[in-house]
Design a protein around this ligand. Structure first.
Ligand code: MN
Length: 294
């Protein structure tokens, strides 16, 4: 199996928060419909912690997943939801939603997680926004590891989370040192990201901060993990629609992007978030900078 390791880059979210951006990278834009992957922490959160004020999204689902700590979500359709490790916050922006994410006033000493986006297909991207919180997700054991299924399915274990194109996402944790075989859908391309500990794909040792991509056609993933190590496994059918990504938006044309930006700055379309944090303004947009990503 042709595995490609692509180093992520450090992205600065402001206020000294540095993250590892694993998607998109120079080498890779999409893995199935997955179009964005930030891995943050583990960080000490002695002070206020995460404080991401209201900002908009279009054309995507946000998938919030924690390994340590807590994050409080508010959105413009009235959702207020704390998430903890092992729980899923899934926000389907469709034509437009705004949200904020912050550390709750009483929070643990560390924060460690991933923020993921899924591109919505044409059939779903113009619909109404939605939010779901899933506190209990299905788990399945494979040899020396345990998989928690966020999206789609792994073997017989299927997540109830709403998806709009063929895809999967799971957290894999080593129960003990050993080699495990995880079944894959051969129609899917996949990506592996180590977030904690030590692991190897077959004989290839993997590093934190690098995304390892596997082409479609594989029927299983052979993963060596040390006990307690954690890996994110993402996959999906190659996304058939060329997408544009800019700021917090996924669209198809520069005109759509400009319209969403204007609507956010004018206080239209996205609604208001009940949160005291300052609203995040859209950066300037030069349509010539937008390129279709396939
Ligand atoms: Mn967001």
């Amino acid at each position: 199996m042709a595995i490609q390791g692509i180093p992520g880059r450090k992205a600065d979210l402001g206020e000294g928060t540095a993250v590892r951006r694993l998607l998109p990278t120079r080498g890779r834009r999409l893995v199935g419909p997955w179009c964005f992957l930030d891995h943050y922490g583990p960080d000490s959160v002695q002070g206020p912690g995460m404080a991401l004020g209201p900002h908009p999204h279009i054309g995507l689902q946000t998938v919030s997943w924690l390994f340590e700590g807590e994050v409080l979500h508010h959105d413009s359709i009235g959702s207020e939801q704390l998430i903890r490790p092992g729980q899923l916050n899934l926000m389907t922006s469709a034509r437009g939603i705004a949200h904020s994410e912050e550390s709750p006033s009483a929070h643990g000493p560390r924060l460690h997680g991933v923020q993921l986006w899924v591109a919505l297909p044409e059939s779903a991207r113009h619909g109404a926004p939605a939010f779901e919180h899933i506190a209990e997700l299905p788990q399945a054991g494979f040899d020396a590891l345990r998989a928690t299924v966020l999206m789609g399915s792994v073997g017989e274990a299927a997540s109830p989370a709403r998806t709009f194109s063929p895809m999967m996402g799971a957290e894999l944790v080593g129960d003990r040192d050993g080699v495990s075989r995880i079944p894959l859908d051969p129609a899917f391309e996949h990506a592996v990201a180590l977030v904690w500990g030590r692991a190897a794909i077959g004989e290839l040792p993997v590093e934190v901060g690098v995304i390892y991509t596997l082409p479609a056609g594989g029927t299983f993933l052979e993963l060596r993990m040390e006990k307690g190590s954690k890996v994110m496994l993402l996959g999906g059918a190659p996304f058939p629609e060329p997408i544009l990504m800019w700021w917090n938006f996924v669209a198809r044309t520069p005109e759509e992007m400009l319209e969403a930006r204007v609507d956010w700055m004018a206080g239209r379309r996205f609604g208001a978030v009940d949160d005291a944090l300052p609203v995040i303004p859209a950066p300037p947009l030069d349509p010539a900078m937008l390129r279709l990503r396939r």
